[in-house]
Write a protein that binds this ligand. Structure first.
Ligand code: NI
Length: 167
């Protein structure tokens, strides 16, 4: 396993459409291992292959730190509900934005054994699935934000104001 370099916003590769994976070989498995290691090291909950410079439809997600999921060639089958909240991206370090996403997502994909699998998620997992699949089509969350991109201090202020409004 090895850490890979995370590409940052402004790098053209993040705006390209990724190609479907046709087979899982040793190199694919190495890539998946490296993506998990790179994601955990950066304290992320999801990472898509183009973020480490590989234009393939592969995503890794772990929203709890104990539930690693691999999505190869993922396709969203169904969404429902809505959630509005903060989102960040390892390719846009130190920044956050408010994005509305479905609250529930069901998608089909292949796992690391190249077997068809159904993945369902709610809340943070649903958000992560949508965010990461968008990466495979060259889309970043910053194009979907409501309001401005915020840094840490701005996000804290925003969350305080939200709380005050709810009280
Ligand atoms: Ni991202």
């Amino acid at each position: 396993m090895a850490l890979r370099n995370i590409r940052e916003m402004g790098d053209d590769i993040l705006n390209k459409k990724c190609k479907p994976v046709k087979e899982v070989n040793e190199r694919t498995l190495d890539l998946i291992d490296d993506m998990f290691e790179t994601m955990y090291e950066a304290n992320g909950v999801g990472l898509a292959a183009p973020q480490v410079g590989i234009l393939k439809r592969i995503v890794v997600i772990d929203t709890t730190g104990e539930d690693p999921i691999v999505l190869i060639n993922p396709v969203i089958l169904e969404t429902s509900g809505e959630q509005t909240g903060q989102e960040g991206c390892l390719s846009v370090p130190g920044k956050y934005g408010i994005v509305t996403r479905p609250n529930y997502v069901r998608c089909k994909c292949l796992n690391e054994n190249f077997e068809e699998t159904i993945i369902e998620g709610e809340e943070l997992l649903a958000r992560a699935i949508c965010h990461e699949i968008a990466h495979l089509d060259g889309e970043l969350y910053v194009d979907r934000i409501e309001g401005e991109l915020m840094d840490n201090a701005q996000l804290e202020k925003y969350l305080e104001e939200m709380e005050a409004n709810e009280a």
